[in-house]
Design a protein around this ligand. Structure first.
Ligand SMILES: *Cc1c(COP(=O)(O)O)cnc(C)c1O
Length: 473
């Protein structure tokens, strides 16, 4: 009779008496141990109730119950947000954390966050100060803008700018720039939420200066340029640059706004990448307000930076949205420390992880790949897998330089018998998850996004993956 199977479910008291569970109780909060036991027993009971197990399986299940409970305890007792290893070669990978912050920058964050600070306190007067003051000097110094402020991310920055300068009025944008970036950020939707009215001009592939001029009326609040960061329109195209829009903005006395998206502060073409417009360029061309992200090509923490004319930024500071979008001290201290590195371009490229990875030369990558390869090759069973160094292409990611393919070196792993998808999953389920790229029955680890300190973990992770393939774990 199936009902009898319930007797294979151990009693909670008996489990609490088990030596391994007792040991766990010493190390882990009791709450976690108890809920792990309860969940495992509930699952067992349900499987019996739903007639999913025969007697033999129920016995096996009960023999494995301690291991299962210990596994649950381990999972519950670890962080939900965890580090992973990026083997994808996509440098600004939005799903796995965009830009890395260097330890040097984090030292400043630790100093500020573990002590009181002058966050909103003016040390010279002893009175209340502004959290927006700390970043103003460094941003204006680097970009040449008159004033600056910082909010939580660039989406918030765009929203704040439009809400302040154009609520209830029209903003002219080219149809070729009505972008959507990941996470449902669409320019027309953001504009609607901000209360501004979208006035789209031109066509998808062509917009001319007179399209903008013809759309200007007494209800026009601003001209907006949006950098099409994550795609390019190629072929029969024309668009109007902010430089060309400048005379129009002067003639009609309208603010010219530019959402740059990735907001690069050094000319990357000097380092072999495609030219991406810099914030300094936009300011030089007379753009009144530029917005950009802190954690894309800038290589800092998540933030939205607004740089431009003081008269507009003063108005933004008074907008109630500013309070909702305000940055905390973690962001301010990490961003200030990152921006300071830009005072010397060479230092920025060496010390900011995003820039360092993007500009790493293929010769250097080759050396690194060999080093990792040599360590892996000694530990694997060549009967079952084939490991090689191959050429590949890395990507910038983060919706920046969408067409740029940066030559790189990868370690490629292939199997004769085993499934590459299963191996990829095993790496993902390693103690420190390893995120790799799978293409045509091969798994690729791109060395551009792998740090030297991570080689040991990779060697261990690959061994773990191979053992799982062979059914040893
Ligand atoms: C990425 C991007 C945004 C959004 O920036 P977040 O910092 O992710 O909020 C807005 N506009 C453009 C053009 C972008 O590329």
């Amino acid at each position: 009779m199936e009902k009898n199977l319930f007797r294979y479910i151990p009693k909670v008291d008996a489990l609490l008496d088990n030596a391994e569970i007792k040991k766990a109780l010493e190390e882990v909060p009791r709450k976690i141990v108890l809920s792990s036991i309860r969940e495992e027993l509930d699952l067992f009971r349900e499987e019996i109730r739903e007639k999913k197990l025969n007697e033999y399986e129920a016995i096996k299940r009960s023999e494995k119950i301690i291991d299962n409970i210990l596994y649950r305890i381990k999972r519950k007792n670890s962080y939900a947000l965890r580090r992973v290893i990026n083997g994808t070669g996509i440098v600004i990978h939005t799903n796995i954390g965009r830009s890395l912050i260097s330890r040097e920058v984090m030292e400043n964050v630790v100093e500020i966050a573990t002590n009181y600070s002058n966050l909103e306190y003016d040390i010279s007067t002893g009175e209340r100060g502004s959290r927006y003051s700390h970043l103003k000097d460094i941003i204006t110094e680097i970009t040449g803008a008159e004033d600056a402020m910082v909010v939580n991310n660039n989406a918030a920055a765009v929203m704040l700018v439009l809400s302040t300068l154009a609520k209830g009025r029209e903003v002219i944008v080219s149809r070729g720039e009505l972008i959507e970036i990941g996470g449902s950020f669409r320019i027309p939707d953001v504009m609607e939420e901000s209360g501004a009215v979208l006035k789209a001009v031109g066509t998808t592939n062509k917009t001319h200066l007179e399209d903008y001029e013809n759309a200007i009326n007494e209800n026009t609040a601003a001209l907006l340029k949006v950098h099409t960061s994550n795609y390019r329109i190629l072929g029969f195209t024309s668009s109007v640059s902010s430089e060309e829009l400048y005379p129009l903005k002067v003639k009609y006395n309208l603010p010219l706004i530019e959402d740059l998206g990735s907001g690069v502060l050094v000319d990357l073409s000097k380092f072999g990448l495609e030219y991406e417009p810099t914030v300094q360029d936009s300011i030089n061309k007379g753009v009144d307000i530029v917005t950009f992200s802190g954690d894309k090509l800038l290589g800092g923490p998540q933030a939205g930076i607004i740089a431009g004319k003081k008269e507009y930024i003063d108005r933004m500071k008074k907008n109630p949205l500013t309070r909702a979008f305000r940055v905390d001290k973690f962001t301010i201290s990490a961003l200030e420390a990152t921006l300071r590195l830009y005072l010397d371009e060479k230092t920025a490229v060496e010390k900011i992880p995003t820039l360092r990875m993007l500009t790493m030369r293929v010769e250097e990558l080759e050396k690194r790949t060999k080093k990792l390869y040599d360590r892996i090759i000694g530990t694997v069973d060549h009967e079952i897998c084939n490991i090689e160094i191959v050429d590949g292409f890395s990507e910038v990611g983060g919706g920046s330089l969408p067409l740029e393919k940066i030559p790189t070196k990868c370690i490629r792993i292939r199997f004769n018998e085993y499934s590459i998808a299963e191996f990829e999953r095993a790496l993902r389920e390693f103690r420190i998850p390893i995120i790799a790229r799978v293409y045509k029955n091969s798994l690729y680890l791109d060395l551009r996004t792998i740090q030297e300190e991570e080689y040991e973990i990779l060697v261990e992770g690959i061994q773990y993956g191979l053992k799982r393939m062979k059914g040893c774990i």
